[in-house]
Design a protein around this ligand. Structure first.
Ligand code: GLN
Length: 445
């Protein structure tokens, strides 16, 4: 009730929720009280959460931030949702997001922009901006996000919270509306790494319904949170401290690194030489996969359908023209172009080769150091409406998207302020190093 009242009071200004499921939440809370009274409560029984509106929730609108799915009641729960409710958590509702998770500011939502609780003139970041803003404003203790190219880490940084993108395959994608299937990954967004560790204990693991989820044991992520950091080898990628980095963001990140030195870590500079190619490679691969994934929204099976189509072609064309927003259409056009005959090898195959080189950069760096540190974003949260041209928006993703191309995990941790707005320290580890990232992040908090 406390959090529902907070939402009622503050969300008119923030717009962080698309759907609030108050009735359902209150009845789940009663069940949680009963479980507690019967001595059947687990660690997370009764903990309220919010879900990015990309996770299918049975009988509840699952819009993915799009007019296309404004009328879509999911017929089943995503694995992540199923696991969270089996653990006794209570969903308060579905959070706002960039349409189909395409964006870095949450301004691409059909349901309107989300405001940053630290400064209402600023964006909360994207695409999981609703989840980040809701947690930062204390409307909910934690939320789930997804990260295809930074959409957990960058909004976490902009809103001064902690957000973890797990290794690709660590968390099931079943029931998570697909954007770019080889990059998408779900993860927790909360105040602290400790809270994220509790959520990871619930959501991580193999799922027979997602062939890309990995059959590998899940550690107790809370057990190693207090492991000492003496001897930890930190690498600072020199490409993450170059042109375009806001000097105050750089200062905050370097100060954070000093804290780690005082905890016994050693620091050295490393190089990820193909960083420069991450944005072009990502913005070929992600739209290519998106154009294919989004072909299912044809006005026939589900989603928006135009009025009185004259024939099948008209049905497809108008349903899609009306249902998708501008950025989604741009990505579909880019993706279908780069996948078309005559362009496929020049763009798509080339981008896949570059992707392999980017992955190798990280693997080489992790031969010498345990974790990499740098900024999550080159600037703190920018003003709403400040980035009108798509390329300037894409450049925001410079420090986050290579991680998805490589499939490695990354976490953003609050590390001070720049211009009065929060800064995120990004910590990266090798594949399946989530426990280590949570440990390193926790020691800073
Ligand atoms: N900003 C990136 C994009 O628009 C990443 C989004 C994401 O991680 N979902 O594609």
């Amino acid at each position: 009730s406390h959090f529902l009242q907070r939402i009622e009071k503050a969300d008119g200004q923030l717009n962080s929720f698309i759907t609030v499921t108050a009735e359902q939440a209150l009845s789940q809370a009663e069940a949680a009280d009963k479980a507690r009274a019967d001595g059947k409560a687990g660690k997370l029984t009764g903990i309220p959460l919010a879900l990015k509106d990309i996770f299918c929730t049975q009988g509840v609108k699952t819009s993915c931030g799009s007019k296309m799915l404004d009328n879509f009641l999911a017929p089943y729960d995503a694995t992540v949702v199923e696991k969270l409710s089996a653990a006794g958590t209570i969903s308060l509702g579905k959070t706002n997001m960039d349409e189909f998770a395409m964006g870095s500011s949450n301004e691409n939502s059909h349901y309107g922009a989300v405001k940053n609780p630290w400064d209402l003139a600023a964006v909360p970041g994207g695409s999981s901006g609703g989840s980040a803003a809701a947690v930062a404003a204390g409307l909910v203790p934690a939320a789930m996000g997804t990260d295809t190219g930074g959409s957990i880490r960058q909004p976490a940084a902009f809103c001064g919270i902690t957000g973890l993108k797990p290794t690709y395959g660590r968390v099931s994608r079943y029931g998570m509306i697909a954007y770019a299937s080889s990059l998408d990954q779900a993860g927790p967004m909360a105040r602290t790494a400790e809270d994220c560790a509790h959520l990871m204990n619930v959501i991580a693991g193999h799922d027979v319904r997602d062939s890309t989820s990995v059959a590998r044991g899940v550690p107790d992520y809370t057990e190693t949170l207090n492991a000492p950091l003496s001897g930890l080898k930190i690498g600072l990628p020199k490409e993450y401290f170059g042109d375009g980095l806001d000097p105050e963001v750089e200062k905050a990140v370097r100060e954070a690194v000093k804290v780690y030195e005082s905890l016994g870590a050693t620091v050295r500079e490393v190089s990820l030489p193909h960083t420069h190619y991450a944005i072009p490679a990502y913005y070929v691969i992600a739209p290519a996969e998106a154009s294919s994934n989004l072909s299912r929204y044809d006005g026939v099976r589900f989603g928006h359908r135009c009025d009185s189509p004259v024939d099948l072609q008209d049905l497809y064309t108008r349903s899609r023209a009306e249902g998708f927003g501008e950025e989604v259409k741009r990505r579909i056009l880019i993706g279908t172009h780069t996948l078309s005959e005559g362009f496929f090898d020049a763009y798509y195959t080339k981008a896949q080769k570059v992707r392999r080189l980017i992955r190798q950069d990280f693997l080489d760096a992790f031969e010498d150091v345990d974790v990499l540190m740098g900024p999550a974003s080159p600037t703190p949260a920018f003003d709403l409406g400040a980035k009108k041209d798509p390329v300037s928006m894409y450049l925001q993703d410079i420090y986050t998207i290579a991680v998805n191309l490589a499939g490695i995990p990354g976490i953003s941790v609050p590390a001070g302020f720049a211009g009065g707005r929060p800064v995120g320290l990004q910590i990266l580890g090798t594949h399946f190093a989530e426990a280590q990232l949570l440990n390193v992040a926790h020691q800073f908090q």
